[in-house]
Design a binder for this molecule. Structure first.
Ligand SMILES: [Zn+2]
Length: 91
């Protein structure tokens, strides 16, 4: 699988470290959520079959975190961007 790093170009996935689901958001006020909501945020993840947003760290490259939109069924990479920048949405 090749990952298009926005800083380095196409690189083998072996240069990257998977960083988890990019769609999970930390609660704005951690003290305002229940213990179960906190557990859900920390540990509960969906196991999607198809398009998925993921964090990847270019460990053996530019040392930057990127957000990748990947199909978990085909491993096709649709888009990648530096974390914090919006991935353009395709229609
Ligand atoms: Zn890179």
């Amino acid at each position: 699988m090749m990952i298009p790093c926005p800083h380095c170009g196409e690189r083998s996935h072996s240069e990257f470290t998977y960083g988890g689901d990019a769609s999970v958001r930390r609660p704005d006020d951690p003290t305002g959520v229940s213990d179960q909501q906190w557990v859900d945020y920390l540990y509960i993840r969906v196991n999607p079959r198809g398009p998925h947003r993921e964090y990847w760290h270019h460990t053996l490259g530019c040392d930057q975190w990127i957000e990748v939109r990947r199909d978990t069924l085909t491993h096709e990479i649709h888009d990648a961007a530096t974390v914090g920048l919006q991935i353009p949405q395709r229609s």
